[in-house]
Design a protein around this ligand. Structure first.
Ligand code: NAD
Length: 293
């Protein structure tokens, strides 16, 4: 068994980005600029956005954190989005999800200009990805693709089974893994909450990507010997022995699945690290106008 180490790989990506920013500055260009809108005070969202701002500092990007109160109306948020769309000093921006219940998330996601949509959530980017056209790939699937690529995991002709069909992980992942590209060229099965006899599918997986948000859901008996296992799950589980009172747990029962797998991502230190690194890569591409020249 070998660890797919998100920490080491993300560090390597961030080093490469730092070099790219230095190069841009040496050419007299300004550094890429990422903005993030955070509505409300959700603890997990604050942590995620904080991590993104820190990553910007580390690679030499400019960053702007725009905090708006919980009571912000949909109209006010849409007007802020329009402002950032029109601001030439900002290369890309994200609206941290989830939004408060009174705001329609779809409406907000669709208001972001596709060429600044570094989260890759806009239907134009999702559609372009599905057609194999240049697009911003959403950060978590892009991070997984990067891990597979950098660890030179063979994917062609493999059976990739995905648990979960969300718009931000499972569905885009299925498109990327069946692309005529590397990583890709898999035969893909997407499973979800209505799948019957889930284990019959997972046991046939050469590559198993798990994104359902149920701690330690995948057990050793559900995994084929030698499988590549990617654990996307992040759930805070109460743990009074930890200083914060919780620990972060993946969707895979790591201790029993790891010995059976050829490669596996740990949680934490796996996919989560790659997600932020991928957002940074998208921002660099936005600044260089590589996707939308
Ligand atoms: P979601 O809640 O939107 O979707 C969950 C999916 O799991 C659904 O498609 C559902 O059909 C499926 N599912 C639920 N129960 C199931 C069952 N018993 N059998 C088979 N499928 C089942 O989730 P999401 O937004 O894709 O997130 C999934 C997990 O990944 C969460 O723990 C989330 O925190 C984590 N996540 C991590 C990152 C990261 O950077 N590492 C990014 C996004 C999400």
């Amino acid at each position: 068994m070998e660890l797919l180490d998100g920490k080491v790989t993300a560090n390597a990506v961030l080093e490469e980005l730092t070099e790219a920013v230095n190069q841009m500055k040496a050419e007299g260009k300004r550094a890429p600029h990422l903005a993030a809108i955070l509505v409300g005070n959700d603890g997990a969202s604050l942590t995620y956005v904080g991590g993104k701002v820190k990553a910007c500092e580390r690679v030499g990007f400019e960053s702007s954190l725009i905090r708006m109160p919980e009571e912000t109306t949909e109209e006010e948020l849409l007007s802020k989005v329009a402002e950032l769309n029109a601001d030439d000093s900002i290369d890309g921006f994200i609206v941290q999800l989830p939004l408060p219940k009174h705001i329609n998330e779809d409406k907000v996601v669709q208001a972001v200009a596709p060429e600044k949509d570094v989260d890759g959530f806009h239907p134009v980017n999702v559609g372009r990805m599905a057609l194999g056209l240049p697009s911003f790939l959403s950060a978590t699937p892009y991070g997984i693709v990067q891990l597979l690529e950098r660890y030179k995991i063979p994917t062609e002709g493999k059976h990739c089974v995905i648990i979960g069909r969300s718009n931000i992980v499972g569905s885009p992942m299925s498109i990327l893994m069946r692309r005529n590209a590397h990583p890709g060229n898999c035969t893909v099965t997407v499973t979800h909450s209505r799948t019957k006899d889930l284990a019959a599918f997972t046991r046939d997986a050469d590559i198993l990507i798990v994104a359902l948000g149920r701690p330690e859901f995948v057990t050793a008996d559900m995994v084929k010997e030698g499988a590549v296992v990617i654990d996307v799950g992040i759930t805070r589980v109460e743990d009074t022995s930890r200083p914060k009172g919780y620990r972060v747990t993946g969707d895979v029962k790591f201790d029993e699945v790891a010995p059976k797998s050829s490669f596996i991502t740990p949680v934490p230190g796996g996919v989560g690290r790659m997600t932020i690194a991928s957002l940074m890569m998208n921002t660099l591409m936005a600044a260089r106008k590589e996707i939308y020249p």
